[in-house]
Design a protein around this ligand. Sequence first.
Ligand code: NAD
Length: 407
Amino acid sequence: MACKQFDRVAQFLNLPEKTQAIIKWPQRSLSVTFPVKMDSGEVRMFSGYRVQHHLALGPTKGGIRFDPDVTLGEISALAMWMSWKCALVGLPFGGAKGGVCCQPAEMSKKELEGLTRRYTQELIPFIGPQKDIPAPDIGTDEQIMAWMMDTYSMQVGYPVPGVVTGKPVTIGGTLGRKEATGKGVAFLVKKITELLKLPGPLRVIIQGFGNVGSVSACQLVKDGAVLVGVSDSSAALYNPKGINYFQLLEYKEKTGRLAGFPEADEMDGVELLCQHCDVLIPAAKERVINEVVAEKLRCRILAEGANGPTTPEADHILEERKEIFIIPDILCNSGGVIVSYFEWVQDMQSYFWSEAEVFNALCRILSGALDSIMQFSHENKVSTRMAALSLGIKKVAEAKEMRGVFP
Ligand code: NAD
């Protein structure tokens, strides 16, 4: 999917074949297998990966995913998207991604710590504040980042907060990182709502109620929107009259899942995506909006909180459905990496910002990137996704061409 998108944009931009070949493939891929002692006394083997897509603009940056679907191919695609995303929003990073194939929900805290530390140990020659800086993604959080930072620091012999972002604030994290991706999604939705002059209150459906989905929901509800549908891996809930976000959050925190929440009806997860709403936010996994779903969508704004939620086949259909405005993933969820960049800068300078400084700077970058996309899309008569990818890929291509081929 990532390669198909790249080929289409490269053709549109008329990139020389040599440049295409240089920036299409991941520069470095690491594949590791390592043992972890489980609580039962058994020693289990796990597979993990880290892919650095390109190093033309600076060190690489990207999340770590703990999920049973993790493969080298998935991680490579996600690393490539990180490259276009960082370039689009003007960060001095190449893209990276990492992951371990595991079921974090079925592991104890001790087992997760063992797995994180052992995986980090394998990554030590590959990562570092000037080399490659991991962050949280699906199935990982502040605690996992703290263990990664601790493992790396213990090895080099001094504290290195800048080796990961998305850490707890007490050990060099930034204020606002945990909420950054979801708040960025909500900020962009608000901007597009104004642009399209949609009357409120906005009716919102969200797939995924983890970090990105729940924070987007919280911010949109605070801004006056009505949450009519929401799903997680346990259930999809729908109530056209509105679901009380705060009761839902309390229920999820108590039970660990959305299934069984009494104030809404359960329905099929794919059907939920196709219900009538103003804003649909996929905030779970890739490839959930395929050509069948794309035909059936009944939203005005598709805000891609997740990475790669829409397949290229679905994209062709959506390009014809001009009534749906797409906020493409590499812009929509870029709040996370933008605030990670702020965290890295703060760590390098040992000088920390207020939450207001973080969010003002985030909104400034998101507004600028949105304006560039709108202008490119208008001038070249292409979709917002083509515009966003073109701007990101063009910047990486220019950097690669300027630096030339070594030796
Ligand atoms: P998370 O692990 O916190 O949450 C994922 C959520 O998706 C969970 O609620 C899970 O139950 C749900 N889910 C999984 N399969 C589902 C399905 N089939 N249907 C409905 N829900 C399902 O992960 P996250 O950090 O919120 O990441 C979500 C997406 O956002 C991913 O694509 C990730 O790459 C992307 N993203 C995350 C960040 C970040 O800062 N965390 C930044 C940029 C992009």
